[in-house]
Design a protein around this ligand. Structure first.
Ligand code: ADP
Ligand code: ZN
Ligand code: MG
Length: 488
C-alpha cells in the first residue's frame, strides 16, 4: 500500500490563484495591459515605473471583473472595501510595494463546485481581491560573457485578481479539478484567459497532512507550477514526503517550497523564520471603496449562464451522455456554436451533430493546434455540413474526408462539389461498381449465396470504395442485393 492511500492520514489542501484580468489598461494607470508582443519597457509611465509622487487611479473594469468573479463564485460583496500596501524589496518592484487588499477584500465567502471521482463537491472560497502584477526580470549572458539581469516593466501594474480557497480539498486530484472548474468559470465570464503556461493563471498550493481526527497540521506552500499537471504532481510528491516524515514520527516544518518540474521534486525555499513581513497598511493614495448598489446590479446582469448550470440544462434538454456534455460545455464559445447548430433540429439529428462536433470537429481543432474556444468551422458551415449528411448529399465517409479540406468560411457543399465528393445519385455508376465488385470477390459472393449474409458487409465496403466513397451505403446495399438475387 502506498503512503497516499494510507487510511490513517488525511491530506488537506488550499489553493491561492492569481489570475490576470483581461482589461485593456493596467490596474492603476492608463498604460496598455497587453504586453505579450511588446518590446521591453514600452508600456511604462511614471505610475507603473513607481516614480515618487506619481498617483495611482483605480481601473474600473478591473473592479467590475473582480465583482463579476465574486458573484460567479457566490461570494458576499461587502459594503466597504479598501486597498493596502504590501511592502517588500525586489528588483522587479520599483515602488517597493504592491497595491493589494488586506483585511477588506472586494469579495468574501463564496463556494466553488467541481467534479472529482465522478462526484460533485464544493470547496469554500475565502476571498477574491485585486492586486497588481510586478515587472519581470530577464536573465541572460552579455557579449562579455557576464551573467546579467534586465528589468522589463511592461507587466508592472497589470491587473491581477487573487482567489483564495479554503483548506477544503482532500487530494491532489481534487486540487486539479478545482483549478479546472475555476478556470472554466473565469473563461466563461470573460475576465481572464486562464492560460497557465503563459502565466495568466498562477497557483500557489498549500498542503498539510494530519492523522485523522487531529487538528490541521503545519502547511507547506508550493510555488512555481505552470500547468494543471504540475500542480497535481507537486502535491502528490509533497503528500508522500509529508506522510514519510509523519510516519517516522518527525515534524513538518511550515515553509515555502518550489516545484522542480524536471526532477519532479519540491525543494525548500524559505522557512517560517525567513517569511516576509509585508508591513501591510492602508494605501494613502487611493480612497476606500463603498459598494454601489446600482453598479452591483449592472455587474450581476452581465453574468452569463455558468458552466454548472449549462451542463445541467444540456442534460435536461438534449439526449446526450455526460462525457459529450462535458466536452461541449468546456468552452462557452463551443457550447454557443453547438446550440446555434442544433437550433430547431430533431433530437436524433442533434445527437448526430453532437457526435460530429465532439469527435471530428474537435479532433481537427486539436490537430490544427487551435485554441480550445475556436472550432475550425463556424455554426453556418457546421449546419450546412450536417444538412448535406442528413439529406444524403454527403455520405458519412465523404463528409469525414471533406471536413479537413473545407476552406476558412467556405461552404461545405461548394467544397464537396469542388473536390467531387458529393454523393453519387447515378444508379448506373453504382451498378458498374457493383458488377466490378462481384467479379473481383467471387468467394464473398459464394459465401453470401451459400447463406453467409455477413459477406454482404464486405461487398458493400468494396463497392463504396470503387465509387471513391461517394455512393450511399443504403443504395449500394439495395443494388448489390438486387444483383446477387437476380443472378442466382
Ligand atoms: P497565510 O497567512 O500563511 O497566507 P492563510 O490562512 O491566509 O495562510 O491561508 C493561505 C492558504 O493556505 C489558503 O488557501 C488556505 O486554504 C490554505 N491553508 C491554510 N491552512 C492550511 C493547512 N493547514 N493545510 C493546507 N492548506 C492550508
Ligand atoms: Zn503605466
Ligand atoms: Mg494568506
Amino acid at each position: 500500500m502506498t503512503h497516499t492511500s494510507d487510511p490513517g492520514f488525511e491530506t488537506v489542501i488550499g489553493l491561492e490563484v492569481h489570475a490576470q484580468l483581461l482589461t485593456r489598461s493596467k490596474m492603476y494607470c492608463g498604460c496598455s495591459a497587453r504586453y505579450a508582443d511588446a518590446r521591453p519597457n514600452t508600456h511604462v509611465c511614471p505610475v507603473c515605473a513607481g516614480l515618487p509622487g506619481a498617483l495611482p487611479v483605480l481601473n474600473r473594469a478591473a473592479i467590475e471583473f473582480t465583482l463579476l468573479t465574486g458573484l460567479a463564485l457566490g461570494c458576499e460583496i461587502p459594503a466597504f472595501s479598501k486597498l493596502d500596501r504590501k511592502n517588500y524589496v525586489y528588483p522587479d518592484l520599483p515602488k517597493g510595494y504592491q497595491i493589494s487588499q488586506y483585511d477588506l477584500p472586494l469579495c468574501a465567502a463564496g463556494t466553488l463546485a467541481y467534479v472529482a471521482g465522478g462526484m460533485t463537491r464544493q470547496a469554500g472560497i475565502t476571498r477574491v481581491h485585486i492586486e497588481e502584477d510586478t515587472g519581470r526580470l530577464v536573465h541572460r549572458v552579455d557579449e562579455a560573457g557576464a551573467s546579467i539581469s534586465l528589468v522589463d516593466l511592461n507587466r508592472s501594474g497589470v491587473p491581477l485578481m487573487e482567489i483564495v480557497g479554503e483548506p477544503d480539498l482532500r487530494s491532489p486530484e481534487e486540487a486539479r479539478e478545482y483549478l479546472v472548474a475555476l478556470r472554466q468559470i473565469l473563461r466563461y465570464i470573460g475576465v481572464s484567459t486562464g492560460n497557465m503556461e503563459e502565466g495568466a493563471f498562477r497557483c500557489d498550493a498549500n498542503v498539510s497532512v494530519r492523522r485523522l481526527g487531529d487538528p490541521l497540521g503545519a502547511k507547506v506552500e508550493i510555488k512555481n507550477m505552470n500547468s494543471f499537471r504540475a500542480v497535481e504532481r507537486a502535491l502528490r510528491f509533497e503528500q508522500v514526503r509529508q506522510h514519510a516524515v509523519l510516519a517516522a514520527s518527525g515534524q513538518i516544518e511550515q515553509e515555502t517550497r518550489g516545484w522542480d518540474e524536471e526532477r519532479g521534486v519540491t525543494l525548500s525555499q524559505r522557512t517560517k523564520e525567513q517569511a516576509h513581513d509585508y508591513r501591510y497598511f492602508p494605501e494613502p493614495d487611493l480612497p476606500p471603496l463603498e459598494m454601489n448598489a446600482a453598479l452591483l446590479i449592472a455587474v450581476r446582469e452581465r453574468l452569463p449562464e455558468l458552466p454548472n448550470a449549462r451542463r445541467a440544462r444540456f442534460g435536461d434538454q438534449y439526449e446526450l451522455n455526460e462525457a459529450d456534455i462535458s466536452v461541449l460545455t468546456a468552452e462557452r464559445d463551443v457550447a454557443d456554436t453547438f446550440e446555434l447548430v442544433i437550433a430547431g433540429m430533431a433530437p436524433d439529428q442533434a445527437r448526430i451533430a453532437a457526435n460530429w462536433i465532439v469527435n471530428d470537429v474537435i479532433g481537427l481543432q486539436k490537430q490544427r493546434g487551435l485554441p480550445p474556444s475556436q472550432l475550425p468551422l463556424n455554426a453556418d458551415q457546421l449546419r450546412e455540413l450536417l444538412a448535406c449528411l442528413a439529406g444524403g448529399e454527403l455520405t458519412a465517409r465523404a463528409a469525414k474526408e471533406l471536413l479537413p479540406v473545407i476552406g476558412e468560411g467556405e461552404s461545405p457543399r461548394a467544397a464537396a462539389a469542388r473536390l467531387n465528393l458529393l454523393a453519387l445519385n447515378d444508379d448506373g455508376v453504382i451498378e458498374e461498381a457493383v458488377a466490378a465488385t462481384l467479379a473481383a470477390f467471387p468467394a464473398a459472393v459464394a459465401d453470401y449465396r451459400g447463406g453467409k449474409r455477413a459477406a454482404m458487409g464486405r461487398l458493400i465496403g468494396e463497392t463504396i470504395k470503387r465509387t471513391g466513397g461517394r455512393a450511399s451505403p443504403d443504395r449500394v446495399r439495395q443494388l448489390l442485393a438486387a444483383a446477387l438475387d437476380n443472378e442466382t
